[in-house]
Design a protein around this ligand. Structure first.
Ligand SMILES: Nc1nc2c(ncn2[C@@H]2O[C@H](COP(=O)(O)OP(=O)(O)OP(=O)(O)O)[C@@H](O)[C@H]2O)c(=O)[nH]1
Ligand SMILES: [Mg+2]
Length: 332
């Protein structure tokens, strides 16, 4: 592994480095040589999100689906599925998160080899129901015990569902305590954005897929400037809260990428005081150094002036014409 050259965010110095490494050898398509990545979905919405996200990076990560409802596994051909239906009625655990948590503890033996192998576990869930609210924090804690880096992406219920909001409030605390980064996604904002795109919010409106794909490709593939799990740990270990951001755009409008990132359907998003940041910019073979600089500088300028920035860039044929920014922001 190479390439920790891009520490301490002086963007001018970084630009030179980006140029240098862009011209260097490319190790496209290599798998990470230490640790595996596990994408996990818990509950109905979580399984849908995880499955959709995984289709975009199936070569690079394993997929684990956990639910009481077998219908959640129907669309996934290559998933590890954990069916937690103790009662056998197939109707789920309703609003019984505690039962879901117990069921997970009982059933986890079958998937614990996955957790032992994994270095990074990305857990997706929609909170407010039974399964996701109960079992996601339990899964996070098991992953944590296995020394995995744990990133949770949690959907929060619509404000007009007070009972579900109450369940979610308790669940998000448990999930936060058991994960390194816990991102709160407003399902309401997701739904609002999805309506604009004529998309189904339950599928994550594309946004979750981009986020996870960006994160997984960032960490699993050796990019032109390599970022790896050590970098992620460095950024995440900066005291304070951390969050993830994704923005996409086209090569002809790189200025729009950061704007898109700011529109993320995350609740409570404020990154201006960030002390740490890991940024990965991905583009097609048509991405130039100027594109890279424009995107990274626009983003970094919105952070704390003393923010420690670790940057990476990657070009791949599948990103032709597109640019994607994925950032882990910490010290909030
Ligand atoms: N408004 C709205 N919210 C929904 C809908 N489906 C899911 N949600 C929200 O998403 C949360 C999680 O839903 P699911 O993933 O289906 O729940 P689960 O974890 O499978 O929980 P159980 O099925 O109760 O075991 C719910 O609490 C709701 O707040 C929907 O069709 N409309
Ligand atoms: Mg369900």
């Amino acid at each position: 592994m190479h390439g920790h050259e891009m520490r301490e965010g002086d963007t001018n110095a970084s630009s030179v480095m980006i140029e240098h490494i862009l011209n260097g050898p490319c190790h496209e398509g290599c798998r990470m040589d230490e640790g595996a990545i596990l994408v996990a979905g818990v509950g109905g919405i979580g399984c849908t999100w995880a499955e959709r996200a995984h289709t975009k990076c199936s070569e690079l990560a394993d997929l684990l689906l956990i639910d009481a409802d077998e219908a959640s596994f129907a669309g996934a051909s290559a998933a590890h599925c954990l069916h937690l239906d103790a009662g056998g009625d197939g109707r789920g655990t309703a609003a019984l998160p505690a039962l879901a948590a117990h069921r997970l503890r009982d059933g986890i033996d079958s998937v614990s080899p996955l957790l032992e192998q994994a270095e990074l576990v990305v857990i997706m869930t929609g909170l407010g129901g039974g399964m996701g609210s109960g079992a996601s924090a339990e899964l996070a804690s098991l992953a944590y015990e296995n020394d995995c880096l744990v990133i949770a992406i949690a959907g929060l219920p619509f404000a007009e569902q007070p009972l579900r909001c109450k369940i979610a409030e308790a669940a998000i605390q448990a999930l936060e305590e058991n994960s390194h980064v816990c991102i709160r996604v407003s399902m309401e904002r997701l739904a609002w954005q999805a309506r604009h795109r004529d998309d189904d919010w339950r599928a994550g409106s594309g946004w979750i897929g981009e986020l996870v794909e960006g994160l997984v490709t960032t960490l699993a593939k050796v990019g032109k400037i390599n970022l790896d799990l050590m970098d992620l740990r460095t950024v995440i270990n900066i005291p304070g809260n951390a969050t993830l951001i994704v923005g996409t755009g086209t090569t002809d409008r790189p200025d729009k990428v950061v704007g898109e990132a700011r529109k993320s359907p995350l609740s409570d998003l404020r990154v201006d005081g960030a002390k740490g940041c890991m940024i990965q910019v991905e583009g097609g073979p048509d991405m130039t150094l100027a594109h890279l600089n424009e995107v990274t500088e626009a983003f970094v300028s919105s952070l704390d002036p003393d923010c420690q920035v670790i940057m990476g860039a990657r070009a791949s044929d599948e990103m032709m014409g597109r640019i994607r920014l994925v950032a882990v922001v910490s010290g909030l």
